[in-house]
Design a protein around this ligand. Structure first.
Ligand SMILES: [Cu+2]
Length: 155
């Protein structure tokens, strides 16, 4: 009798552990399957001279029902690649400052544009002339690394 109830208890424990296992395997797969990497459009960069600064601009299209975050950007074209936001100073001029990340809301088109968020290229290693293109890698929290080739344009 005692033996029988012990067996039943063991059975229940085995079933419970198996269910936790199965849930753990299925859930992350569904999450990955549903995520559509964000799309980058109209990437361009401002012309600039060696040892000066420039900026990269683009649109981020997020078709997911969940926000993503641009964490950082890498490029070999400059000493530093920073995420910046623009803000209105007290004298009504536009200033800019470094931010740690830029949120990309769910189901949205987020513009990185002059007077708004942008990627700052600090201390260019060479001149950026109109018509040429550069390479950069955007690193998103959920979409991962996305390579872009902004065209240098004098807009
Ligand atoms: Cu800036």
């Amino acid at each position: 009798m005692l033996n029988e109830s012990r067996k039943n208890r063991m059975k229940k424990i085995i079933i419970a552990v198996s269910l936790i296992f199965v849930a753990g395997i299925i859930y992350p797969q569904q999450k990955n399957h549903k995520w559509i990497p964000v799309e980058i459009k109209n990437a361009w960069a401002r012309p600039g001279s060696k040892e000066a600064s420039s900026a990269i601009y683009f649109s981020v299209i997020n078709k997911n029902g969940k926000a993503d975050t641009l964490l950082n950007v890498k490029s070999r074209i400059a000493e530093k690649t920073e995420l910046h936001e623009s803000f209105r100073k007290s004298n009504d001029r536009i200033g800019m400052r470094q931010v740690k990340f830029v949120p990309v809301p769910a189901n949205s088109k987020t513009e990185f544009e002059p007077g708004g968020s942008h990627v700052m290229l600090v201390n260019l290693f060479k001149d950026l002339n109109s018509g040429s293109s550069i390479e950069a890698t955007l690193n998103f929290k959920y979409s991962g690394k996305i390579k872009i080739k902004p065209v240098v344009e004098d807009k």
